[in-house]
Design a protein around this ligand. Sequence first.
Ligand code: ZN
Ligand code: ZN
Length: 347
Amino acid sequence: MRAAVYQGPGEIAVEEVPKPDIESPDDAVIRVTHTAVCGSDLWFYRGDSDREAGSRVGHEPMGIVEEVGDDVTSVAPGDRVIAPFAISCGECEFCRQGLYTSCVEDESWGSEANGGGQGEYVKCPFADGTLVRVPDRYADDEDVLESLLPLTDVMGTGHHAAVSAGVGEGDTVVVVGDGAVGLCGVLAAQRLGAERIIAMGHHEDRLELATEFGATDTISARGDDAIERARDLTHGGANHVMECVGAASAMDSAIAIARPGGTVGYVGVPYGVEDGGLDVFTMFSDNITIRGGVAPVRAYAEELMADVLQGTLDPSPIFTKTVDLDGVPEGYAAMDDREAIKVLVKA
Ligand SMILES: [Zn+2]
Ligand SMILES: [Zn+2]
C-alpha cells in the first residue's frame, strides 16, 4: 500500500509501505477514503518540532472498515467510520469522564504499528473506544462525508474552545485566529447561541469565510492594534475569548481582550510560551479564567455529527484545496504557503 512519509523538513514523500494487519482483538483495519492535512502537521514540516525521518504522517482519517479483531463490537467490515486525531480505549478513568486525549493507553496515529492517516490503510487499536460510525444512510453521501471529516479534529477543537470559554446564548465572543480551528470556532460559537462573534486574524479571505460562518465583526490587525480594536468593539473586553492559534502572542492577546471576570478558552498547541510565560498578573488582577487544552474531540463527535446530518452544521468550506494521495506533498506546500486553509485528501 502507499502512504505519506515524513523525510525531513519540507519533505513529504508518498511511498510503498507494508499494509497493516489485525494484531490484537481490539484492532480494526480501515481503508482510508478521505483524510486531511492539518495546521499542526506544519510544525514538523517547517522543522519547528522534532519528528523522526521515515515516520508516517496524518491523524484525521475517515474510511471503510475492512477487518476487525474478535473483540470489536461497535463497528463491522463495510461500516463507514471517522477516527478522531487521538486514539482512546474508551474504558480508562479519563476516557470515561470524556477526557479521551488523556487516555492511559497512549496510542497515536503515525506510529509504525498503526500508520498515519495520510495513507491507503490505517490500523486502529481500541476500535470500540476510538471509531465513530457514520449511519449507513449517509455512508456514501460525498457532501455529508466532507462535512463530517473536520469532526476528526478542527471542528471538535473549535467546539472545545467555545465550550471552554463558556460560550452560551446571547453572549459576545472574540475568536483569536482565522485558521481552520478559528473558523470552526466561529461555527461552534454560533451553534451555542452567541449573539456577537468577533473574528480576529490576518487574512482577508479567511475573515470573509468567518463572516459566512456567522462572525458579526472581523478584525484584521496584529498585536496591540488588534487588542485595542477588540476592546473598543466590546466596550472594555469580552466575557468569552477563544484562543485558536497557540502562539504566545495569541495567548497574550486573548488574555488582554478578556473582560474582568471573563474566560479564555484555549485550544491552540502552545508555541513559544516558554520564552515569556503567561501574563499571570493581568489574569490575577482581573480574575480571568483560563480553561481548555488539547480537545477531546471524541467526546463531541456524536453531538456534532447529529447537527451535520440534520443540515445545521457544515464546516466543509474550510477545505479550499483537494488532492489525491499522490498530491499530499503538494497539499503540505499549499498549506505552508497559506494558499490553502485546509487540504482535503481523497485517497
Ligand atoms: Zn489535525
Ligand atoms: Zn482510555
